[in-house]
Write a protein that binds this ligand. Sequence first.
Ligand SMILES: O=C(O)CCC(=O)C(=O)O
Ligand SMILES: [Fe+2]
Length: 125
Amino acid sequence: MGLAPHTDTSLITIVQSKTSGLQVFKEGVGWILVQPIPGALIVNVGDFLHILSNGEFTTVRHRVVVTQIQRFSAAHFYAPPGDVIVSPLMSKDFGEVPRYRSVSVKEYVETKGKHFEKALSLIKK
Ligand SMILES: O=C(O)CCC(=O)C(=O)O
Ligand SMILES: [Fe+2]
């Protein structure tokens, strides 16, 4: 089974996999294969960390392309509970002007369900 290009609706996602197939999209480069390293975990930045960091930590667009018959992976999604409000942090590092409006986890998950890839741009200020 493969997975279509998407970003995760999480703060971070931790992926365990011994088999290759995961690819991440890098602007100006294209799709890059993430080679599994024995014993290592893959940590992906999700949409909520993107919002929280005011876009400093970019949510990672990724997909899974399967070439072998069997591929095993376990993805662990870490996200705050639905009633938590996620707002961009304001500081010298993250910027003085919020690029996103505050949004509850529940509202963002619903927006993502309806509008998929457009969800982040829909909460842009
Ligand atoms: O299986 C993988 O390597 C990644 C899975 C994934 O991206 C997801 O479940 O959202
Ligand atoms: Fe994912």
